[in-house]
Design a protein. Structure first.
Length: 79
């Protein structure tokens, strides 16, 4: 998957994606193509099966919901 595809699937931005990767919370990219003069691969892609598994893992995690402040008439104020 290209970076743009991964960003669409994860609904996140590039900096968050790379932060998740650096923290070990998201599958690492795979470098394709010959190395550039700086030693990095020319194109970074992700293995679709790994990204899809990551999405499935997120869906089955227990969810916690923070209270949502209501607005308008009769809404109570949070202390």
């Amino acid at each position: 998957m290209t970076r743009d595809e991964v960003l669409r699937v994860t609904c996140t931005c590039t900096s968050t994606l790379y932060a998740w990767m650096n923290e070990g919370h998201f599958p690492a990219s795979v470098g394709l193509g010959p190395a550039r003069s700086d030693g990095f691969a020319r194109r970074a892609v992700w293995v679709r099966a790994e990204v899809e598994q990551w999405v499935r893992d997120q869906v089955v995690k227990p969810r916690t919901y923070a209270p949502v402040a209501k607005s308008g008439r009769g809404a109570s104020q949070l202390a």
